[in-house]
Write a protein that binds this ligand. Structure first.
Ligand code: MTE
Length: 320
């Protein structure tokens, strides 16, 4: 039976490290890189700041103007230093720890109800996909939000590539499993690896986006390199990071957080200001980098794209 533990992303705001501290830390890193502070040996840059990515020349990708924002973009230094990635710790500052993850070579297994099971190298997959940039709102179940320029390709294009059988009703996704590089995975009370799932209809929706880049560069490890999902109308925990496996199935996948705490984190997890989390309100959100809260939008503002997916499912716990 899973142990009931408070997760870091359940911190109340008064307990969270102020954003200024994160930003200051990043500024220090930049200043150190520029050689303007401290001498050698006193302060060294993290190795990842200089690491080369073999797909770097694919960025920036052309922006798709169809997806517009109602707010300014979140500063890159905030979006890439305020993370949830439990494999590397339950605090927000896991960027340095996440650099232990080797993202090349990276292979992705496609199995289950498909024409032909296969394993594909990420860079080979990238050659078959057309990358684009999209500006999306990103809303965490903890009631904070960002606005991020993601780069990647529609999940629908990946589904076409995978050739599922007509009997496939869901896509189950799995993150890497390697406790040697991800110390969080040594915490045996969590059901590793991280699992998420969507229906085939959700996967085929135009908003569902497989992300390989961010802010015009390859996506950093702490944000889910080299391949993560982004579903902007759902709470962020559905957006599984560092995916190694896609399984097509006729059974509804049970996600990581659903296994840990099923009465708080359901399968659908659609953003809805009118349905509170059992322990806090979802009516408003803290926009990171801005000194104010703003009202949360139903479907995170993407109802015109996705509301129809849930017709007839009113009896489901759509928003938990
Ligand atoms: N994916 C994995 N593998 N592990 C995680 O801990 N956290 C989720 C999601 N994907 C998580 C994950 C949660 S709770 C959120 S809000 C988003 O990633 C955060 O994405 P970001 O750090 O890029 O903002």
């Amino acid at each position: 039976m899973p142990v009931r533990r408070r997760r870091g992303w359940e911190l109340c705001e008064s307990e969270a490290t102020p954003e200024g501290v994160f930003l200051r830390r990043r500024e220090l890193l930049k200043a150190a890189a520029a050689g303007s502070i401290l001498g050698p040996g006193l302060f060294s840059l993290p190795a990842w700041a200089a690491e080369e990515d073999p797909s770097a020349e694919l960025y920036p990708a052309k922006q798709n103007p169809r997806y517009t924002l109602d707010r300014p973009l979140t500063a890159e230094k905030l979006a890439t230093y305020y993370n949830n990635f439990y494999e590397f710790g339950s605090q927000k500052t896991i960027a340095d720890e996440a650099q232990a993850l080797q993202v090349r070579p990276w292979t992705i297994k496609i199995d289950g109800l498909v024409d032909k099971e296969m394993t594909v190298d990420l860079d080979d997959l990238l050659k078959k996909m057309t990358l684009e940039e999209r500006l999306y709102r990103h809303r965490c179940v903890e009631a904070w939000s960002m606005a991020v320029p993601w780069s990647g390709f529609p999940m629908a294009a990946f589904v076409d590539f995978a050739k599922p059988l007509s009997s496939a009703k869901y896509v189950r996704m799995e993150t890497f499993l390697d406790p040697k590089v991800a110390p969080g995975q040594k915490q045996v009370w969590y059901p590793w690896p991280y699992i998420e799932g969507v229906t085939i209809a959700e996967a085929g929706n135009e908003l569902a986006f497989l992300v390989t880049g961010m802010y015009g560069k390859p996506v950093p490890k702490q944000d889910g390199a080299p391949l993560r999902l982004v579903l902007p109308w759902k709470y962020g925990f559905k957006s599984v990071k560092s995916i190694v496996r896609f399984s097509f199935t006729d059974k509804r996948p049970v996600s990581f957080w659903e296994t840990v705490q099923g009465d708080e984190y359901g399968f659908w997890a659609n953003v809805n200001p009118d349905v509170p989390h059992p322990r806090w309100s979802q009516a408003t959100e803290r926009v990171l980098g801005v000194d104010a809260r703003r009202p949360t939008l139903k479907w995170n503002g993407y109802g015109e794209f996705v509301a129809h997916l849930y017709d007839g499912l009113e009896k489901e716990r759509l928003f938990a």
